[in-house]
Design a protein around this ligand. Sequence first.
Ligand code: 5AD
Ligand code: SF4
Length: 473
Amino acid sequence: MNSKLLHISTIGCQMNVYDANQIAGVLAPMGYCGTDDIASADMVIVNTCTIREKAEQKAFSFLGRLAKLKAANPAMIVAVGGCVAQQEGKAILKRMPHVDLVFGTHAIFRLPEMVRRIEASRCRIVDVRLSDTIEFDGPVAGPLADGQVSAFVTIMRGCDNFCTYCVVPHVRGREASRHPDRILDEIRMRVDQGVREVTLLGQNVNSYGNKEGLCRFYELLERVNGIDGLSRIRFTTSHPKDLSRELIDAFGRLEKLCHHMHLPVQSGDDGILKRMNRRYTRDSYLDKIERLRTTCPDIAITSDFIVGFPGETDRQFQATLDLIEKVRYDGLFAFMYSDRPSAPATAFSGKIDESVKKERLQALLALQTGITREKHQTLVGQIREVLVEGTSRSLDTDGLASVDHTIQWTGRTSSNHIVHFAVPDDQATGKELLTGAFANIMIERAHAHSLWGRLVQGPMGATPEKGEKPIAA
Ligand code: 5AD
Ligand code: SF4
């Protein structure tokens, strides 16, 4: 079989990163292997996102630029996958004559057949069928990067929540969970390949298995926790309304479960939450945060926010700022509301001016930057265990680690803080020596976006000392 070059370009969330890996996995048996050099590729796949208007624009401008490459190399197959493909379907073929294939979010496992047809007859194909069940449950997983210690594993797809601003239920379809045995098979396969940490993915992992009566999410976590060779478990995303007592308790029980919860709240005002169809209140959300912190005092909590939702008043926005001050998040993502096709809020009255949205976004981010800085400062002087992910790309301009003859490494704490540290060349001469190991790092300096420290206990991959000091809130 001739080897062919495949370039996959991914825009968007972790789900798309996972899908890109699956795409590589299903096409590998046809002889396609990955390349970073887009110009020399036999096939280019753009894996798109439509969660906000900007992401969609990015996808279309990237696709537009591919026209030139295709003109220079007419044999190249250009394919569009992901959420924009699902949403726009054959309109993409009309708008972009250089595109050969549009495949939706449920069509990944039909790709080999479609690609074969295109190779044979140069036809143009659109497949945006959505199904309510998972037709193919894998595991098919693509290649890992050299020394990759952490991998995504999708446990469910779609969403039934229909938040009024959100396009996901319309482009990813109804919620459907994978069978736990298949999930475990896939994780074991990744562990055999050298992975030490998995992140379980779904739009709302808290409702995993409910619909199918498979098992509850906390029960799945218990099973994953029992996998030999796996050291850490993360998951995302959680819907506050479905965060159960049992899942909160799991943080106190399961030793591999990382001390981090991403719990998107979107707004701190009950009226806005209601119009977003979030189905929890500010107080019930705060209650759950308190319970999480009682069960797991050093848990890091992060969130998503939307500013400028239709009708959001200054007072309602202030309620959001007030919530952020109360919770004191370890980090957050904030977005200006944007209309999405097929999302009900697009038809809501009271649209907010872009300039007001920008002001609100800046105020929110400024508040959180101060909180993050303060929380980072409290880590200075503490020893944290990190899973080493590789050599660090960012340069330490302050000099700590830029001394000659050192290698700079990056690791992640259980609470998902990224920590950089330097090790003399004579202690760790090769990249492989530390990657995938656990190391205890004394945090010495804290910046707004990064932490820097010093190795205090060798890399050995040895059982780490327990009882890290908690992150003080
Ligand atoms: N406008 C702005 N932000 C949005 N998000 C989802 N839909 C929209 C939209 N229409 C944000 C939410 C969600 C995150 C993934 O993207 O905060 O949690
Ligand atoms: Fe979108 Fe709401 Fe589902 Fe999250 S829970 S994917 S915001 S509809």
